[in-house]
Design a binder for this molecule. Structure first.
Ligand code: MN
Length: 477
């Protein structure tokens, strides 16, 4: 997300009516433009905000809603009733509007002008009741929307608008997203299964399977010069284990990891996928389970789910888009094992290999160790600790008749002691409000063992995302 000219934009639309005469409507337009320009220039808001002509009739409202539907880079709208805008005028437009919208409940003036206020001022600045009329029809039409209240210059208001634009961007991305599955599901696993057709109807993304041979063919076509260049990039980027260095005895395994990465990048580009899955039960033709490659692709913004978990591949991608540029990091994650000390209960999260280095506390180490599952050669992986801070786990499940998003904020802590024999990246956290309450609620809600883990998004954003999808949302706090 950037404010560049060819990227996502939000339309700013003020509602009014013709009761007040042309003079006040000019002021309404000028004030709406002023606010939209301020948002457009606000560094905290990561997308363009474009002022649109004010709408004063049902036809004008319907026209702008249909135009928003038709413009691909319009990811959502901000509506504000500067004056009163009788809401039956909004029914036809809102019923057809297919883009997310935010209802901004603000006024151009921050303060009541005590000494000069008269009825002209009251007629012009009546969002306090105009926005309630608009809110009523949105509720009656059962329209999912975010409502933000406060003066438009308030940093908290702009921060909430920023959060929402990020959700709108993720929602738009999900409509275009292709999730590529290399192989099927891990055999007999329940929670990673689901209804891909219903997911497409609900979230917009498509999920399709590919034989592992499609990847192997691209790996076979990689030339040795590209492999050498990528290994040199690894040397410059990571703390390399001695065996993987240029003259190390396992350098050839690093070459193979680079071949996987280059083949995977070509494959994903060829099929247009920004999220993918693999499974250790289908590695025919691969010498290593992809570890380093998956980690680096996630760091570049790809969604990933292990063991065929396409729901979390798509969810990791959504959180990557929402968190763009925030710098905390987002990863695929799995609750792995517990520290059950009284008064100090913690979760150690990790995966066999595939944790995103965007969450690392310092320079990742590139290492090679045996993997006890999959029956392949030792895979190269990045090993690191996740940095301390406030994060959350989010899990998407298919309950057969509906999807559910389960969210639990966590406090990531530094491991109490070094973990010298643990050969994978890991995060140690304390769930809110405490491990016993959180795990009880998580298990009762049916939350998966896989999650999308992020420092860069808030529960409120995920609630907005769930509302756009019309799915069940459970927050554990
Ligand atoms: Mn797993």
């Amino acid at each position: 997300m950037t404010k560049g000219s060819d990227t996502f934009e939000i339309w700013f639309v003020a509602g009014s009516q013709h009761l007040y005469g042309p003079g006040p409507l000019k002021t309404v337009q000028a004030n709406a433009n002023h606010i939209a320009h301020a948002f457009d220039h606000a560094p905290i808001i990561p997308v363009r905000v474009i002022p649109k002509p004010i709408v004063t009739t049902a036809d004008e409202i319907t026209t702008v809603c249909l135009a928003a539907n038709a413009q691909a880079n319009c990811i959502g709208l901000i509506f504000w009733m500067h004056t009163f805008s009788p809401a039956r005028m909004w029914i036809a437009g809102l019923k057809q509007l297919g883009k997310p919208f935010l209802h901004l409940h603000t006024q151009h003036n921050r303060d009541i002008p005590w000494a000069t206020i008269d009825m002209d001022f009251m007629n012009l600045n009546q969002s306090a009741h105009g926005d309630r009329e608009f809110g009523y029809i949105c509720t009656r039409l059962n329209k999912a929307r975010e409502v933000v209240v406060g003066h438009w210059e308030d940093p908290n208001v702009q921060g909430r608008i920023s959060d929402w634009t990020r959700v709108a961007a993720a929602w738009q991305d999900q409509q275009m997203l292709r999730v590529a599955r290399l192989g099927d599901n891990m055999r007999n696993v329940a929670v990673t299964e689901g209804d891909k057709t219903e997911a497409q109807i609900t979230f917009g993304y498509t999920v399709n399977g590919y034989g592992i041979g499609e990847l192997v063919a691209r790996m076979d076509a990689v030339d040795s010069g590209a492999i050498e260049a990528l290994c040199a990039e690894y040397d410059d980027t990571y703390a390399m284990a001695a065996a993987l260095r240029r003259d190390g005895e396992r350098r050839e395994a690093l070459h193979e990891a680079a071949r996987i990465e280059l083949g995977l990048r070509t494959f994903l580009a060829d099929v247009g996928a920004r999220a993918f899955t693999d499974t250790f039960e289908d590695l025919c033709g691969l010498r290593q389970l992809p570890g380093l490659a998956v980690q680096r692709l996630m760091a570049d913004g790809y969604g990933f789910g292990a063991e065929g978990d396409w729901k979390h591949a798509a969810l990791v991608r959504a959180l990557k888009v929402m968190g763009t540029g925030r710098g905390g990091g987002t990863s695929f994650m799995e609750d792995y094992t517990y520290h059950l000390q009284t008064g100090n209960k913690q979760v150690l999260g990790a995966h066999m290999l595939e944790i995103c280095p965007s969450i690392a506390t310092d320079q990742p180490r590139a290492e090679i160790h045996p993997l006890d599952i999959g029956g392949r050669e030792d895979p190269v992986r990045l090993v690191f600790d996740a940095h301390p801070g406030v994060a959350l786990n989010a899990s998407m499940i298919d309950l057969g008749d509906r999807f559910r998003l389960v969210v639990n904020p966590v406090e990531v802590v530094a491991p109490e002691q070094p973990l010298p024999r643990l050969p994978v990246a890991r995060a140690v956290w304390k769930p809110a409000p405490d491990l016993a309450t959180a795990a009880t609620a998580w298990i009762q809600a049916g939350g998966a063992h896989h999650t999308a883990f992020s420092y860069d998004v808030t529960p409120a954003q995920l609630q907005q995302f769930a509302a756009l999808a019309g799915i069940d949302y459970r927050l554990i706090v």
